[in-house]
Design a protein around this ligand. Structure first.
Ligand code: B16
Ligand code: MG
Length: 213
């Protein structure tokens, strides 16, 4: 079936906030005396905030932490992360990404965001993209995080597009699995190319213009 809608992951596809996630989690980990590095940070791609915390706590050697303490740690990280997000500006979404999005729209495709992040509204605002997408499905409207397909299924519903007519663009293996599980076509970029589970593997964001002709 022909592709009619494109659902984009946000972090790692439309913009890059990995370093902000890393810096904020690193401060939290240092405060708790937990070892944390960029390799562990890479495992947090596309994973929800609380699931990310659990991955970091695999290296924690102290007494078991209460739910309240874990929520406090996640909030501490998120406050630091949002301070960093507030330094973002429209140029943090590249010209190639913007041009490609506009060209896809000119070609008649519906465009949506499908992100695990609860900070999606703030990120889109900082990039000057609030209101640009035809639908935004994010960490605020889901109960199951990627690799569960929920975030993309909801995006397709908001667009009114059948799953088989949607293409999911993702930088995380969990996101490719989510798109495949939702019955959508998938395009991998960046780190997600390595899992070889996507229908398309992209070197550049503009490769979308060859996939969506
Ligand atoms: P937040 P995506 C994901 O966004 C990030 O890749 C992941 O590292 C982060 O833990 C997750 O959002 C939750 O983010 O703490 O802002 O709710 O890649 O799905 O756009
Ligand atoms: Mg991502």
């Amino acid at each position: 079936m022909a592709i009619q809608s494109v659902i984009f992951d946000l972090d790692g596809v439309i913009c890059f906030t990995d370093q902000f996630h890393y810096q904020a989690w690193k401060k939290m980990a240092d405060k708790m005396g937990i070892y944390f590095d960029e390799v562990i940070n890479n495992r947090l791609r596309g994973v929800s905030r609380m699931a990310s915390l659990e991955i970091i706590l695999e290296r924690y050697e102290g007494e078991p932490l209460s739910v309240e303490k874990k929520e406090e740690l996640a909030e501490y990280k998120n406050d630091l992360y949002r301070e960093l997000l507030n330094t973002m500006k429209p140029s943090d979404c590249s010209k190639v990404v913007r041009r490609t999005l506009h060209e896809l729209r000119n070609r008649g495709y519906l465009l949506a965001i499908g992100s695990s992040s609860k900070n999606t509204p703030l990120i889109l605002e900082r990039l000057g993209l609030s209101g640009f997408f035809d639908a935004v499905s994010d960490g605020n409207n889901i109960t199951h995080s990627k690799p569960d397909p929920e975030v993309f299924v909801k995006a397709a519903e908001m667009l009114g597009s059948p799953a088989a007519e949607c293409l999911v663009v993702e930088d995380a293996e969990a996101g490719i699995r989510a798109g495949n599980g939702g019955g959508m076509k998938t395009a991998a970029i960046g780190d997600a190319v390595n899992c070889h589970l996507a229908d398309y593997e992209m070197e550049h964001f503009s490769d979308l213009l060859k996939i969506c002709e």
